[in-house]
Write a protein that binds this ligand. Sequence first.
Ligand SMILES: [Zn+2]
Length: 293
Amino acid sequence: MEDAKSRMDSKHSPVIEVYDHDEFDIFTGNVTYATYGYYGDGSLHPIELAPPLPSKKCPGCGRKLCRLANRSTSSELAVVYYIDQVCKNCGYWEQWIDCSSASCFVKKFSVARLRKFSLSDKELPYRSMIRWLEKHPSDVYYINPLRFEEVVRGALSTAMDVELAMTVASRDGGYDLFAYDSQGGKIIVEVKRYARHRKIGVRFVRHLAGVVLREGAYKGILVSTSDFTKFAIQEAEAFRRKIREHPIEIEFKSFQELLPWLAVERVRLDSELENEQYWEAKFEKLGSVWLPL
Ligand SMILES: [Zn+2]
């Protein structure tokens, strides 16, 4: 079974259904009481004289929805009331807007859209990726290698208590992540989302040691979903011991070792959904694309 997975066959990649966290533009009309809304499945429905009411339960996981504090905005022209409801478990949200002015009344609602993602999809939302990998670590071989860097960043930042940054903008630096420790020392991280049989050998250690030197860093970390060869480990030991003035520390981390920290990252992401400020920021963005009358 592992071999089949190691082939990274994206055709067989598991499919995950998640509520999309992207903002979702929605129709609104300045006609009296006739507008349209999207339901969770993405279909468009006209709302006639009796628009649907806010949901009581989350259509995704069945939990009770949480209603955020009532808010409204008003100008000389119109008064706008918002009802924002969220699921603090799965991330579903919905927003109901009543806008009234002297000339007309508009009702509008938008809801998070349920989307399907293949695990190998580059667009897979981060939270869903972490949640899935925590439960199915052997599916890591389906994850897009670039997205895997984000997984490592999340887990390793927590494990090391530093803020790792990605070098995505300029990929020619020869490393994927970096951080400065509390003393200002630089740490370089190289991430390999390799098939299980493709081991990390000596040349990876030499390459990373070279980058560590060039960057004036003191430590390099090699993270891989595959194993490290005996010679690679010996080579790292040589870099540590043989350069007296500037010992280079090369550390190896397997994906397995990161799993407990992945769990910590998942808890952090879940607690984000509990945070009302997280939701307020989301709705503020959503509201800003919609102009009152
Ligand atoms: Zn839910």
